[in-house]
Design a protein around this ligand. Structure first.
Ligand SMILES: N[C@@H](CCC(=O)N[C@@H](CS)C(=O)NCC(=O)O)C(=O)O
Length: 242
């Protein structure tokens, strides 16, 4: 039975897992979990993961959640090239350092801007109050500055000359607000050059395939008009503003 990956490519961690499997020609069955329809709260997905978040990997009877754990599992099981997650102690530690940092920094702030500029206006029909938006963009900018000053510096990739899991996880997070029309690469030549190196390294085609849906978030209002607003989103919106 082929490996199953439960994914929605609107999600950054899903895109890193999808890209890693594609780049390394790891065969898998794409199991769609439509987050905008609330499928993660359905009975069927509940049998796969009570965490009710994507991505999830199912390899036979073995189920694994958390994108970082999934990437490491796939790398080890399929013996992907060393540069992705180097055996060298210090290089690996640098990958781990970035993977630990990103959750509460670039991921948190990029996601918030995505919600504020993309999801919330689409579901409520109104823009997010300016002071909230400005604060969210400021946090994202601070994270991007730290990313450039500490994690990238003047290197081609995060840990040196070769691409690693850290770059893959970083780029999918940094792309999240881009689809809402906020071009975070503008005025950041080093960041743009790094993105272009990643695209070249993993193939522009695969990169674009993974990011296609996120670059079309202007279709979100239609999505919600067609499907109606799921209960979980109403609750989440209330939480965000209280
Ligand atoms: N730490 C998890 C985060 C997973 C996560 O937050 N997934 C989001 C999409 S980006 C999700 O499934 N959200 C559905 C929900 O919260 O209802 C990972 O890296 O896999």
């Amino acid at each position: 039975m082929p490996l199953e990956l439960y994914l929605d490519l609107h999600s950054q961690p899903c895109r890193s897992v999808f890209l890693f499997a594609k780049i390394n020609t790891i065969p898998f069955e794409f199991k769609t979990v439509d987050l905008s329809a609330g499928e993660q709260y359905g009975e069927e997905f509940g049998k796969v993961s009570i965490i009710r978040k994507v991505p999830v990997l199912k390899d036979g009877d073995f189920i694994l959640t958390e994108s970082i754990a999934i990437l490491q599992y796939l790398g080890a099981k399929h013996r992907t090239p060393d540069h992705w997650y180097p055996a060298d102690l210090q290089k690996r530690a640098l990958v781990d350092e970035f993977l630990s940092w990103q959750h509460t920094n670039i991921r948190t702030h990029g996601s918030k801007v995505f919600w504020f500029r993309g999801v919330l206006p689409a579901v409520t029909g109104a823009p997010v109050p300016k002071e909230k938006m400005d604060a969210a963009v400021e946090d994202l900018n601070a994270s991007l500055k730290t990313f450039e000053d500490k994690f990238l510096q003047s290197r081609p990739f995060i840990i040196g000359d070769k691409i690693s899991l850290a770059d893959l996880v970083a780029i999918v997070e940094i792309m999240q607000p881009v689809g809402t029309g906020l071009d975070v690469f503008q005025g950041r030549p080093a960041l743009s050059a790094w993105r272009d190196r990643i695209k070249k390294e993993i193939s522009v085609e695969v990169f674009d395939e993974a990011h296609k849906v996120i670059m079309n978030v202007d279709t979100l209002p239609q999505t919600f008009e067609n499907k109606g607003l799921p209960e979980f989103l109403k609750l989440r919106i209330q939480k965000m503003f209280n």
